[in-house]
Design a protein around this ligand. Sequence first.
Ligand code: HDD
Length: 696
Amino acid sequence: MMEGYQRMEKGRNSEFSKDKQLDEFRVDNAGEKTTTNQGLRISEDEHSLKAGERGPTLMEDFHFREKMTHFDHERIPERVVHARGFGAHGHFQVYKPMAHLTKARFLQDPSVRTPVFVRFSTVAGSRGSGDTVRDVRGFATKFYTEEGNYDLVGNNIPVFFIQDAMKFPDLIHAVKPEPHNEMPQAASAHDTFWDFVANNTETAHMIMWHLSDRAIPRSYRMMEGFGVHTFRLVNEQGEAHFVKFHWKPVLGVHSLVWDEAQKIAGKDPDFHRRDLYEAIEMGKYPEYELGIQVIKEENEFNFDFDILDPTKLWPEEIVPVQLIGKMILNKNTDNVFAETEQAAFHPGHVVPGIDFSNDPLLQGRLFSYTDTQLIRLGGPNFHEIPINRSITPVHNNQRDGYHRMTINKGQVSYHKNSLAGNSPEPAAPEEGGYQHYQEKVEGRKVQRRSDSFKDHYSQAKLFWNSMSKVEKQHIIEAFRFELGKVKSKDIRAQVVNMFTNVDGYLAEQVAAGLGLEAPPNPDEVSGTFESPALSQENTVKTPDTRKVAILADNGFAAPELNLLLAALEEAGIRGEIISSSLGMIKSNQGDEAEVQHTFLTSSSVEFDAVFVAGGEESANRFKLSKDALDFINEAYKHYKAVGAAGEGVEVLLANGILAPDSDPGIIADRDKEKIRDIAAEFIQAVAQHRHWGRTV
Ligand code: HDD
């Protein structure tokens, strides 16, 4: 048996091992003749076989029947949650050996690149819903390790709505469209969701995140990921540590504003998948560092929260995050259905050195994920679908079932046996056999929750306290929006009452927006503690990979525009020219520039910032163009950087956008000679992401 393990050892996985495996399944039709699924070449693919040119179709037309039958069966059920998602391939590399904490092989050797597949998703919406709705984002990673697949099935929010998996169907029934009229799609702003919240106060902490900017990310490339639960790392000596997993995006954590998010959902429902796809196609590979927080087993009870409670985070200021490796996503899928849609993740897909805790939410998840694939992917052989295959060989006595691909040789499919020399045989831990951590457990069988899970408000308050003024205002507005859409006045009032437990000012502000009076803050939850790591104000700020709309028309000032474009490119920013029609525009000196979008085919909400080019003729047109003025106004309203050079400044003035220097994030100068400075300042302003100091 040692031999088998050594065989695996020899085939040490490389970054390309999964890609090589997938290659065996890829099909390229280029230059080929059309065949049936039986490999028969066909001579006709447009006309069915008929009895006479104007006669009825004949049953005998096997190609027609096969083509139609296959089409009729093309759909599979969408995921019951996280139906809308988008995936990409990449690899992961650890920074240094982690042997002191875990024996997981993919966390030992910094020279090994482990292939990964990641699927990002929204939770509540259907497969065809919008990307930018207010929702939690899924962040599921499959590591194809040399010891089998390891799935880290996380979200972009570090806590969860409920504490016990028993309540998951209830939570999801409440947030999904209401059953009697199937409305609203991909939204939590409706009665059943808020009824659930008001009656299940353990949701309080997660609701604060859900109503914060975290639930409307700017990009999948700019959001964190969290394993949420407490897991265990186990080392070669059998010592275990409690661990929480984090993904930290190298570009920082950034969000949209709510009005913008809603508009994008209509203008470009594919906004997030397009952003990810394009970044990878352009070679701007998204990167995330893997972080861990570690607590020694003996310190399990040293905190004022229960580390098994999934509605609690471990404040980074108390338990620091150690960055232990990096993931780079560098390849789009060839086929979304075959790869992303058929990917099956499961928190129970672990490797030696990674184990579970008794978090009751995690324990329930360990059942649900295999179960759901049986209906969605149509049987127990979904592990044989190319995207789900491990790069290590699979040997066991499981047999048959729908769509079995493996041809298992031999007479024997049971253990133990002598006919096949007792193979396949379980491996000892030294041979890589997974051994569950031998935690000592004692207790009565009860259907109860530990008292240590009863505090529902301290960390909701911690989150609120940690927000900047602007972030707090966004939360208040989100509450007003969500509850404003709730029809039942009673539920509105219940929710306001509930959140008086978090913060009196918050409840008062929400109540005012709803025309209610907030009851006094019961002040049960004291605490002024903060965790600065929770505020997006303190995140990384860089212009890299941002997208800027440049408004230019015939008569634009070419030297300045060229200088600006070059400066943007150097800063990693994509500048795209927007004008009244497609084709080429001519500068005041006859140079040409290509227009990428018109006001009809693009919208301000699809860009991070706007710049108005100089040139008298160009500027004069925009001053009179409602489309151009709307475009600029909307960027201004969404707190984005707005820039202008030369006569472009007149367009901002015509728009009522105040003169330079009087408003943050407005970079404008009539003096074209200063274009280098203008460009540099504008790039800085783009890097800031948004300019909240602006009054709109
Ligand atoms: Fe779940 C999908 C994340 C709680 C049951 N979940 C799913 C996906 C993600 C998460 C990212 C999409 C995977 C993909 O892209 O295919 N889920 C979480 C997190 C949770 C969580 C971070 C709490 C910490 N989930 C949770 C509970 C249950 C489920 C408590 C049930 C007991 N989740 C499922 C599921 C899904 C799923 C029904 C639907 C599709 C799938 O599994 O493959 O089994």
